[in-house]
Design a protein around this ligand. Structure first.
Ligand SMILES: *[C@@H]1O[C@H](CO)[C@@H](O)[C@H](O)[C@H]1NC(C)=O
Ligand SMILES: *[C@@H]1O[C@H](CO)[C@@H](O)[C@H](O)[C@H]1NC(C)=O
Ligand SMILES: *[C@@H]1O[C@H](CO)[C@@H](O)[C@H](O)[C@H]1NC(C)=O
Length: 822
């Protein structure tokens, strides 16, 4: 019997048992790869193995996941960084469990070689253990936690939970604390010295956290608010990357993890949450990061949690510095390192002291009765602003300084969610309040007395400029006023109607009232944040949003020249405004906008609805793509529910994969873009079946004309023969490449830009007739359903868009499709 035979037997047993989620003892010699079945526990409650990360299918984290929960959650992770295809988890014959990355380097190991390890087991409580011949545990995940504790696991002295820059530990004496960079303690249990041994934190199945010694004597407890709810069967405590320790319970009804308890009640009090010089504030429900004044910019506008930097370094202007006020703000200062000097000083003396001290960067006078003046002399400054905070702060900057009103937006009046009462303090410090009021009145008098519209809204733009990444929230009432009760309709599309509006600061905006959005508040906000974080010259800019009860609105910059279709297919006079140079620039600009969405923004965005109606033009006819990111907002209960009859998108621009129920990728946008290119040159709707094209689809006819050298017959007559022939031919060739039925033949957007610019040869495109379509659609149905679920980000239609059905996939493609809406 050769090795192969036994390997086959082993494999057979492994497959059989793994597939019925039967925990088989894992023996040394076993290897797990990204594509293998996970190693499950006996009842499938937990599994060990490779899990695709949320942002990349080819990236994996190795660890223990919850088995019966559809949202991938890891209770334990191996190694700090994700691995890619080619990585292996080997349970070596010497008893060591080792994770190798794709280039065969050790990423993580259990360090259990030669300790008599003879088997591994994924246990039903979530503990993954390595055992020796007499079944004693040699190594276990419960003793080596990462960021999560499970029911039955004991977190004892000297251990750490770690997430990003934060850690949790139980110190000897029983003082359990949360730390930033292992230095600043921003939360602790203040348990006074406990001498008895065996101290540890554990979570009960009812969601009660307790810090107890080995005899079970408890010194500190925290109860999840839902501890009486017997329907919650799965619980965990996790140190999240935002520095808060939370107890979660899985709710069967809502199918989500709900927070039953969190250590830091007031999230903005987590030290360093907004990075260096970042200020944490609450908009409505969540915490957000902004910069302290207009003299700062976000280090990374896409991730405002990375902090802010001064536009000019203060070291460079020793003789020209100012202290800029930051009202209702406190710069946080926690033990043991009070990285600040304390004095008891009046407000003015306090900031003047900071100004004189070259090592001081910011100051705060606490309004807690002590009159303490904190001079921040460390190289890290973490701030918190709220109307609840009576303290005022100052930051040192170069030049005259430009204060910002962080809290002047109506919707931001929302207070921090905690119940921390400041009423008592308020009464005691009426004096301080009066000082604040007098001060603010002074500031108002100096800077804003000439502005009759000083009503709060006028500063929204200011805020937006420097807190880039966070679109402004508007109230429904405010938008009703701005749009004169939605009177001035300027357009309508698949997602809703657009109205013209004027903000109190006189900015003209386009307000889009979304229809058919069934997604919850949280998801809506997430999408808005994604859309808001895109900044590109060729994308319409999102200024703000409104989410109140059933109302979902988006506020965009207003573009004077409306959309491309009005020029292309409007009157001859309109069409003449688009000379060839302009058209070519529109083609290029649109391609740049889409390239950014596909390839350059953090979460790749597939537009799903590219058409002339969604290409807006500014006063200089610069193209700006609109409506991106909206496809995801339409409710998708279950991607797998997508059926042939429910495809959204617009007639004439839909890629064939929509109809074949194949995965929708960025190449589907390329198809639509190709159709738009064809229209830009021809000035004709590609789905018009006119006499010129002999009753055939325009694109089919155009390709034939192009092939036979009859280019002039396809070019828009309104150009009066004035165009660059080389460019026209290039554009035609690119558009025929884009509208290939087989998506793999279509070039990616970045290549298209290079082709348009003439930096990449276009080559001769094949006939774009839908030849490849049939072979692609014959792919095994179950395979395609699965791939749709993982790659498609485009949802089924909303009720407002047309329903499409394929009656036959032979012959003349689009004309065979019945648009049930028309
Ligand atoms: C594997 O790890 C080594 C050492 O840490 C590193 O240099 C290499 O880039 C990694 N390979 C991959 C594919 O991640
Ligand atoms: C397994 O470990 C236990 C505890 O360390 C030890 O007492 C026992 O002898 C070991 N058994 C074997 C077979 O190595
Ligand atoms: C717990 O630790 C914090 C931070 O170091 C400290 O301020 C506090 O006095 C400690 N409490 C006890 C009871 O030791």
């Amino acid at each position: 019997m050769g090795f192969h035979f036994w390997a086959m037997v082993l494999l057979y047993f492994f497959l059989v048992f793994a597939s019925v989620a039967f925990a088989e003892e894992i023996k040394p010699g076993s290897i797990l790869r990204p594509t293998d079945e996970l190693w499950p526990s006996a009842s499938g409650n937990f599994s060990m193995g490779f899990h695709s990360t949320a942002n990349n299918d080819n990236e994996y984290v190795v660890g223990v996941s919850f088995g019966h929960i559809k949202e991938l959650t890891l209770a334990w992770t191996m190694g700090a960084l994700p691995v890619i295809d080619g990585a292996q988890l080997r349970f070596q014959s010497d008893g060591d469990l080792v994770l190798f990355n794709a280039t065969n380097n050790v990423v993580w190991k259990s360090n259990t070689s030669n300790r008599g390890v003879t088997s591994a087991e994924m246990r039903d409580d979530g503990n993954f253990v390595l055992k020796n011949g007499s079944s004693a545990v040699v190594w276990e995940t419960f003793e080596n936690p990462t960021d999560t504790l499970l029911v039955g696991q004991k977190f004892s002295e000297g251990k750490h939970l770690i997430a990003a820059l934060y850690s949790l530990s139980v110190e000897s004496g029983g003082n359990m604390s949360l730390k930033w960079r292992n230095r600043i303690i921003y939360w602790n249990t203040s348990v006074s010295s406990v001498s008895s041994g065996g101290l540890g934190l554990s979570l009960s199945s009812r969601g009660i956290l307790s810090l107890a010694n080995s005899t079970g004597f408890g010194y500190w407890t925290a109860r999840s608010s839902d501890y009486t709810d017997i329907k919650i069967t799965v619980r965990r405590v996790t140190l999240d990357s935002d520095g808060n320790l939370r107890a979660y319970g899985w709710h069967e009804d809502s199918q989500t993890w709900e927070v039953g308890w969190s250590a830091v009640e007031d999230q903005c009090r987590v030290y360093g949450l907004c990075g260096d010089n970042g200020i944490c504030i609450y908009y409505d429900t969540g915490s957000h990061c902004v910069c302290p004044s207009l003299d700062f910019v976000a280090v990374d506008p896409k991730n405002t949690r990375l902090g802010c930097r001064r536009l000019q370094d203060i070291a460079s202007c020793p003789n020209n510095q100012t202290m800029v006020p930051v009202n209702h703000n406190e710069f946080l200062s926690y033990p043991p390192e009070l990285k600040s000097v304390k004095y008891t000083l009046g407000m003015t003396d306090c900031w003047q002291n900071c100004l004189r001290d070259t090592s001081c960067t910011a100051s705060t006078v606490l309004v807690d009765g002590s009159g303490t003046c904190l001079l921040i002399t460390s190289n890290f400054t973490s701030g918190y602003s709220s109307l609840d905070i009576l303290s005022n702060s100052y930051v040192k900057v170069c030049g005259p300084g430009h204060p910002a009103s962080l809290l002047s937006i109506p919707s931001m009046k929302a207070q921090r969610p905690s119940k921390v009462s400041v009423v008592g303090i308020v009464v005691a410090f009426v004096g301080a309040v009066i000082a604040v009021v007098v001060f603010e009145a002074g500031v108002w008098w100096i800077c804003c007395r000439n502005n009759p519209k000083f009503a709060g809204l006028s500063t929204q733009y200011t805020l937006l400029e420097y807190a880039s990444g966070a679109p402004v929230q508007f109230s429904y009432k405010g938008l009703q006023q701005s749009t004169k009760n939605f009177r001035d309709k300027v357009g309508s599309g698949g997602f809703g109607t657009v109205y013209r509006g004027v903000l109190p600061n006189k900015t003209i905006v386009a307000v889009k009232k979304l229809e058919g959005i069934e997604q919850g508040e949280k998801q809506f906000r997430m999408e808005v944040a994604t859309i808001g974080s895109t900044h590109h010259l060729n994308l319409v800019r999102l200024i703000g949003f409104c989410s109140e009860r059933r109302h979902r609105l988006l506020v965009y910059e207003f573009l004077k020249n409306t959309s491309l279709d009005n020029f292309l297919f409007g009157s001859t006079e309109q069409s003449r405004k688009l000379d060839w140079k302009t058209r070519f620039h529109i083609a290029l600009g649109t391609a740049r906008g889409i390239t950014y969405l596909h390839e350059e923004c953090r979460d790749s965005i597939i537009h799903c609805d590219i058409k002339p109606e969604n290409i807006l033009l500014d006063e200089n006819f610069m193209a700006k793509v609109s409506d991106f990111g909206l496809a995801k907002l339409i409710n998708v209960k279950n991607h797998r529910d997508r059926t042939l009859s429910l495809v959204r998108g617009t007639r004439g621009y839909l890629a064939p994969e929509w109809l074949a129920n194949l995965p929708i990728t960025s190449k589907s946008d390329v198809f639509s873009y190709g159709m738009v290119l064809l229209e830009l040159v021809s000035g004709k709707r590609n789905f018009d079946i006119s006499a010129t094209s002999g009753g055939r689809k325009f694109s089919t006819w155009a390709f034939e004309q192009f092939e036979s050298g009859n280019v002039l017959s396809i070019v828009d007559g309104n150009l009066n023969g004035k165009f660059d022939m080389d460019q026209v031919i290039r554009v035609f060739q690119i558009s025929f490449w884009c509208i290939q039925a087989q998506s793999s033949l279509r070039p990616p957007m970045s290549k298209i830009i290079q082709m348009l610019e003439g930096n990449l040869p276009t080559g001769k495109p094949p006939d774009p007739k839908f030849f490849g379509f049939q072979s692609e659609s014959s792919i095994n149905v179950s395979d395609t359903t699965m791939s749709v679920a993982t790659t498609s980000t485009c949802p089924p239609s909303s009720s407002s868009s047309k329903h499409v059905m394929v009656t036959s996939n032979s012959e003349q493609n689009m004309s065979e499709i019945i648009f049930s809406g028309s």
